[in-house]
Write a protein that binds this ligand. Structure first.
Ligand SMILES: Cc1cc2nc3c(=O)[nH]c(=O)nc-3n(C[C@H](O)[C@H](O)[C@H](O)COP(=O)(O)OP(=O)(O)OC[C@H]3O[C@@H](n4cnc5c(N)ncnc54)[C@H](O)[C@@H]3O)c2cc1C
Length: 488
């Protein structure tokens, strides 16, 4: 069919679809640990550089380059070994021992050390050059991924860019395919979806993961009320921005903060699994307990199936935010200043405040009834959409290629991140990132998680005989090459 359609065929034993953080981390592992040459790998992506979507999402959710992200010092997407850590790098760059002291004292006497966003991008750019990432990258939109008669897969790409091939279809013939396509879109809760569809209003009610700079600009011109919804890290960053703008520019903003579940004090399923809570927030340094990446929790979850696995996710999940001293100080000032108040409840309806369409009234169901809150803006910080069927390629795999769903409804991958039901002769499809969340490894959509998943994928490819396994001697040699920035 491909030949009959006149689609040119290009060969690459390993194809990674997505070209974001997950693709970068996986091909980095394959190049460094698996010793696979750049000419045997293709990355198919609509992005110009791997951190592009991540940079966009962090910027709009109030984490610009000079701010600190959530993960720890050793979660280095550019460095398999995690050593030297981001803290050591910053110590050398800024010529101060403060970052290393913070690591020494964290988390009891200091907040967890977390790297600056700009450092993450700078180090990835260096590693991308070193592993010849740009030679592997093919710009375009992947349309479909199907099994080939004879084993392996065809990946169909509409070429992008503005070169002469733009808009042309190419078929990539590969043995293995890796998918890391991120989130299909933004998640809009039903009330928000209904309001935006009914009123065609994308101005007053916004998602924290979309560009909403106009809200902060408008508040600088005229004081207003902002309703912030959600108790996760994005709501903390948004609140911090609103409060610092008020302190810096005298904006006069008043904030109503709505939690669905309001935490006060320690909470958790049993005495060994409790996290602190205060003023509505549940506090946790990282998305999951640290043992989810390499300790007991990781090994325990690898043994669970079906409803037991779903129950474990329920136990460790929920919105949490890191307890950062400067964030909590800001909230305390805002509370003392009388311009920040919290509520516990759920929005049941939203309507425009008046006929001119200025502002919104949210009907909120609270424990003892319901109340109306009038706000100039609503910033919803409840998340990104994880429905895999919404994605063109993943939806197609579910419909036509034997892929199934895991207990949380995302793609069902095995312990080596192979997409169950889709093997084809010598070939395999691997999935990492958000689409594989809900399987044996909860941390799969984080930097360190993507690295651990990449390690499992590359080990699996090595076991199947298509790349080498990295032992201690090659690891040391590889690290020395990394440290001296030798191109491979
Ligand atoms: C605001 C925010 C903050 C975060 N902070 C941290 C943190 O501090 N620490 C941490 O460890 N993790 C953090 N994470 C998680 C982190 O984003 C993920 O670990 C990582 O970005 C996921 O990588 P990915 O490759 O799956 O997705 P992405 O990096 O988004 O890349 C996937 C890309 O694939 C492309 N694509 C999709 N479909 C197609 C197609 N059909 N054809 C071509 N290209 C396609 C899209 O451009 C898409 O963006 C954060 C996430 C967010 C949203």
């Amino acid at each position: 069919m491909v030949a009959m359609a006149g689609i040119p065929v290009r060969d690459a034993p390993f194809v990674s679809v997505g070209g974001g953080m997950g693709s970068f981390i996986t091909v980095d592992f394959l190049r460094v640990a698996g010793n696979v040459s750049a000419s045997d790998i293709k990355v198919l992506s609509n992005l110009n550089y791997p951190w592009q979507t991540y940079e966009y999402l962090t910027r709009v959710s109030q984490l610009p380059r000079d701010k600190r992200i959530r993960s720890d010092a050793a979660s280095r997407p550019d460095n398999l070994w995690g050593f030297p850590s981001f803290a050591m790098r910053e110590t050398v760059r800024r010529k101060t021992l403060a970052p290393l002291m913070q690591v020494l004292l964290e988390p009891v006497f200091a907040d967890f050390y977390t790297p600056l966003l700009g450092d993450v991008f700078d180090t990835m750019a260096r590693e991308a050059d070193r592993i010849r990432y740009w030679d592997m990258l093919e710009r375009g939109e992947v349309q479909v991924l199907r099994r080939r008669a004879g084993g392996g897969y065809f990946v169909l790409l509409t070429e992008g860019g503005d070169g002469e091939g733009a808009g042309r279809l190419s078929a990539f013939r590969s043995r293995d395919v890796h998918l890391a396509v991120g989130y299909p879109g933004l998640r809009f809760l039903p009330d928000m979806q209904a309001f935006r569809a009914r009123m065609n209003d994308f101005h007053h009610v916004v998602n924290g993961y979309e560009d909403h700079e106009h809200v902060y600009e408008a508040l600088r011109r005229r004081p207003g009320v902002v309703l912030v919804r959600g108790g996760g890290v994005v709501s903390s960053a948004v609140l911090h921005r609103l409060i610092t703008d008020r302190q810096q520019y005298g904006t006069g903003t008043r904030i109503v903060h709505l939690f669905r579940t309001y935490y006060e004090g320690r909470h958790g399923p049993h005495m060994w699994a409790k996290r602190p809570g205060r003023d509505g927030f549940a506090f946790q340094g990282f998305n999951y307990p640290k043992s989810a990446w390499g300790g007991q929790l990781r090994s325990r979850m690898r043994k669970l199936e079906g409803s037991d696995l779903a129950r474990k996710y329920e136990e460790i999940g929920g919105s949490t935010t890191p307890s950062r001293r400067h964030w909590r100080r800001g909230l305390r000032d805002a509370r003392d200043g009388g311009y920040y108040r919290t509520l516990s409840g759920t929005i049941t309806d939203m309507r425009l405040a008046d006929r001119d369409g200025d502002g919104v009234v949210a009907k909120i169901e609270v424990p003892d009834g319901s109340l109306d809150i009038a706000a100039d803006y609503v910033i919803d910080c409840t998340g990104l959409d994880g429905d895999v069927a919404e994605h063109r390629v993943l939806g197609d795999l579910l419909r036509f290629s034997g892929a199934g769903r895991n207990p949380l409804g995302r793609l069902d991958v095995g312990r080596d991140f192979e997409l169950r039901g889709t093997d084809n002769g010598t070939g395999r499809i691997y999935v990492t990132g958000a689409a594989a969340y809900g399987g044996y490894f909860p941390g799969v959509d984080t930097f360190l998680g993507l690295q651990l998943a990449a390690q499992d994928v590359v080990d699996d490819i090595a076991r199947r005989g298509y790349c080498v396994h990295m032992g201690p001697a090659r690891s040391i040699a590889g690290w020395l090459r990394w440290v001296t920035n030798r191109q491979i």
